[in-house]
Design a protein around this ligand. Sequence first.
Ligand code: ZN
Length: 231
Amino acid sequence: MKIEYLGHSAFRITGSKTIIVDPFLNKNPRACLKASDIRKADIVLATHGHGDHLGDSIEICKNTGAVFVAIHELTLYAQENGITKTEGMNMGGTIEIDGIQITAVRADHSSCINVTDKGGYSGGNPIGFVVRDGNRAFYHAGDTGLFKDMKLIGELYKPDVSLLPIGSRYTMGPREAAYAAKYLKSKIIVPMHYNTTPLIRQNPSELKMFVNEFELDAEVKILEPGDYFEI
Ligand code: ZN
């Protein structure tokens, strides 16, 4: 499984399928590519309706024919915008697409979609995703604060990699993310959702510091947009 950071909370994960998560690309000056650069994708996951997460999901699904996966209300929005292949979910549920198991898990956050002249859509509740492809699994927390049920996510789904927001203000900061890592027990922790704007400025090495302070058996991988690793 190859995990590639595209900037902010956007990732491209390539295993038996190509999965894009939260592709905020065209309007993110720090993103390493544009939506039109993504030629191949099988599944697009959007954690919630905020523009920096739903991002360019619709364009990428149109360009690639990927299935759009999100909370039910967001899939209605996608359908209204011309996406025919959608899979709606809600928290606690698991679906399987071409052998990839996708579980929607809780996220403590808010959501909305910009209201257009076509009418308004509820963004539904924000979610996180646990995705299993064969013997590898990753957890993308979306935007969230720390919550104790992350311990259940760790126990039930055993993600090898956890992608955690550290920007603070709108999500967890580095200290809370390190505490989340303690619950999740992933061997690899990747910080996301920081330094895209001055409002979420953070030093990601603080996450390493807290992971050491909590004496966790986890490696923190600090990625620049375009960086990747394989597990
Ligand atoms: Zn958000």
